[in-house]
Design a protein around this ligand. Structure first.
Ligand code: ADP
Length: 214
């Protein structure tokens, strides 16, 4: 079963994807994570995308489609969770073609609905554990007082993303509304779209997704 988690930055896609990986053995394909990895690896591609990402703009379709293609042909598991991909109509068409090429199809597109005010609050309060990627939030899930990650136990390695600041976030939101939100209509028309309320608590959102996936 291959699914897409679709929603604006800060909608909780990564958090829910991690849960599906743990409970169902699915494979999370996060283009954001792949690009951040490339950024720190010092490759030519990494250098090319660093400034674009930090400013909150989208990197080119060609680059992200290439990254996804590589993973689709090399990873196996109980299905893929596309997190942060596709982000443009061209990427959506490319994904359909790539899945067809490997004899697979798309099961469901989960649309995580969150209002803009909540996004800005969530993102500017966000940090992740450098050891395992567990996501914390100053308001809803603060870093433990003893400084140890509740998931992996690593001490005092909580990181904020370079693009989790207000300026970059405004650009990310603008990119989302201009280029990614048309995908909601695209997948609705295809009959694949299932909305969930991303404003609910983490467990409640998880339960809604489980109910949809069955
Ligand atoms: P968020 O959903 O919180 O904005 P991501 O980690 O998914 O964060 O993405 C971070 C950045 O990586 C984006 O702002 C963009 O620059 C780049 N990026 C990630 N996925 C894509 C994609 N599919 N197409 C183009 N750029 C992407």
């Amino acid at each position: 079963m291959n699914i897409i988690l679709l929603g604006p930055p800060g909608a909780g896609k990564g958090t829910q994807a991690r849960h599906l990986v743990e409970t169902r053995g699915m494979v999370q394909l996060s283009t954001g994570d792949m690009l951040r990895e490339a950024k720190t690896s010092g490759t030519e591609m990494g250098q090319k995308v660093a400034a674009i990402m930090d400013a909150g703009k989208l990197v080119t379709d060609e680059i992200v489609i290439g990254l996804i293609e590589e993973k689709l042909t090399s990873e196996t598991g109980a299905g893929f969770i596309f997190d942060g991909f596709p982000r443009t109509l061209a990427q959506a068409d490319a994904l359909a073609a790539l899945l067809a090429k490997v004899g697979q199809s798309l099961h469901t597109v989960i649309e995580m609905r969150v209002d803009d005010e909540a996004l800005v609050k969530r993102i500017t309060a966000r940090s992740t554990c450098g050891g395992c990627g567990e996501v914390y939030n100053d308001i809803t899930k603060p870093i433990p007082a003893d400084g140890k990650c509740t998931n992996c136990g690593k001490e005092n390695d909580f990181r904020r993303r370079a693009d989790d600041n207000e300026d970059s976030l405004r650009t990310r939101l603008m990119e989302y509304y201009k280029k990614t939100s048309p995908l909601i209509g695209y997948y609705y028309a295809k009959g694949d779209l299932r909305p969930v309320n991303g404003l609910a608590g983490i467990e409640e959102v998880t339960a809604s997704i489980e109910a949809i996936l069955g």
